[in-house]
Design a protein around this ligand. Structure first.
Ligand code: EPZ
Length: 422
């Protein structure tokens, strides 16, 4: 059944909203259980569609995945008896590529459907593949599948990533944990989600030097499966940024709880530059209204820089600033799909290649708009919160991939929003 959100703009927001576990941390951590010899319980799992997809992929491989409740998942991968991640799953979720490293390291072979392009750009996986080749894998593309073999297992290697890649780093770090010998990685992604993968491996006894830096040295277990302890997923920094944007765009005071402000330094600094107040107290971040909302200059880049996953939300937020904001998207070539939908609400945004100039301060009017990818969709929801009248955001299955209980959380903050069937 297709759902849409009906949002009546104009409500002031108030109160607190709890932040869920990070989807982009939970996904690699679920894949990582493929190299565990024991059952692992993961807490603070977000209840979103991508997690269900990853659970289905692990089940297809022969693992058992049981949800004790919506936010606690126990995985037992000891019985995995297939090494194929099929097209029907991978085409639903590119992050399926995260099983490549662990499967190859454990079984010495695997077949993973090659993810194609997606709404936000071309998104190749060449860096994942060339790193595995350096570790001794033989890789071929056959009938749309990456067919990887490494007889006798993967070997430690010296690898320099040509570009910073988040899932690429996670894939190779996990593979290296089971390889024979020592792997040295340079230009590793610094995202907190990558750091958590390293920390869980270290807690399982893997010797990793340099956690939290771009240079890692990992001593592999020589093919021996690990004993991974139960753990809790870190908070979703992008979900937190999105709700703080909801506070900002309506110029309301709201708080997010269960968040980690340290992971949001670049985002919080932008709110302050725009004139909003930010208060941090433990795991609670409060945003305070601005007297005058100033335009912003944003360049998306790797962590700890401003995250591309919050770009669309800040594009929407810029619509209420007094003046022209400039938003430069450096990571993905096609991540402005929200711009033409926002235009349907009267937004004045000029696109010039990867740079958007957003004229703030104009009137936004409600409209029917279509979600195109996860973060673009959240920008439409944000704009609808301030547009005059009743908007309908269609195709919200994109939102359901990454936002847990979005309309329930927004309603709790006082937004006038309903989920309805098309
Ligand atoms: C992760 O994708 C996230 N997904 C994305 O979040 C996020 O936008 C992105 O990192 C950047 O922060 C998950 O964690 C599951 P990359 P990933 O490899 O790892 C190029 C969301 O909305 N590249 O760091 O796929 C690539 O094209 C999603 O939650 C290569 O050229 O991104 C891009 O320009 C969307 N070759 C840049 O590197 C490769 O082999 C960074 O991509 C790999 C990447």
């Amino acid at each position: 059944m297709m759902h849409f959100l009906r949002i009546k703009g104009g409500a002031k927001l108030s109160g607190e909203v709890g932040i869920s576990g990070a989807k982009n941390a939970a996904l690699p951590l679920m894949a990582l259980t493929l190299i565990s010899k024991n059952r692992v319980t993961i807490r603070n799992i977000p209840n979103v569609a991508d997690i269900k997809t990853m659970a289905q992929l692990l089940r297809n491989l022969g693992a058992s995945c049981e949800f004790a409740n919506e936010n606690s998942l126990t995985i037992d991968a000891s019985g995995v008896n297939s090494t194929t991640a099929t097209y029907d799953i991978v085409r639903k979720m590119r992050a399926s590529i995260l099983v490549l490293g662990p499967l190859l390291a454990r079984f010495g072979r695997c077949e993973v459907s090659l993810p194609g392009g997606c709404a936000i750009g071309q998104r190749p996986i060449d860096l994942h593949l060339s790193a595995l080749e350096k570790m001794g894998a033989n890789i071929e593309i056959k009938q749309g599948y990456v067919v990887a073999t490494a007889e006798g297992g993967l070997k430690g290697a010296n690898i320099v990533f040509d570009k910073v890649t988040v899932t690429g780093s996670e894939n190779i770090v996990t593979a290296a944990a089971l390889a024979h010998g020592t792997t040295r990685l340079l230009n590793v992604a610094l995202e907190p989600e990558v750091v958590q993968v390293c920390e869980i491996l270290a807690a399982a006894g893997v010797k990793i030097e340099g956690i939290g830096t771009s240079e890692l040295t990992i001593e592999g277990s020589g093919g021996k499966l690990l004993k991974i302890s139960d753990f809790e997923v870190i908070p979703d920094r992008i979900e937190a940024a999105t709700y703080l944007c909801a506070g900002a765009i309506t110029n309301s005071k709201i708080s997010v709880t269960g968040a980690n402000a340290k992971h949001l330094t670049a985002v919080l600094a932008k709110f302050e530059e725009m004139g909003f107040g930010i208060r941090i107290s433990g795991d609670k971040i409060t945003i305070l209204p601005a007297e005058k909302i100033r335009p912003c200059e944003i360049v998306t880049t790797e962590y700890p820089g401003f995250p591309t996953d919050a770009q669309a939300q800040f594009t929407a937020l810029s619509l209420v600033a007094n003046g022209v904001s400039t938003i430069d998207e450096r990571l993905f070539e096609n991540r402005f799909m929200h711009v033409s939908e926002l235009a349907r609400m009267g937004a004045d945004i000029r696109l010039n290649g990867h740079i958007a100039s957003v004229q703030g301060g104009g009137e936004l009017n409600a409209a029917d708009v279509m979600a195109t990818d996860l973060r673009a969709s959240s920008a439409l929801v944000l704009a609808a919160l301030v547009a005059k009248g009743v908007s309908r955001v269609h195709r919200i299955y994109h939102l359901d991939r990454g936002y847990e209980n979005l309309e329930i959380k927004l309603k709790a903050l006082g937004a006038d929003v309903e989920r309805l069937e098309e």
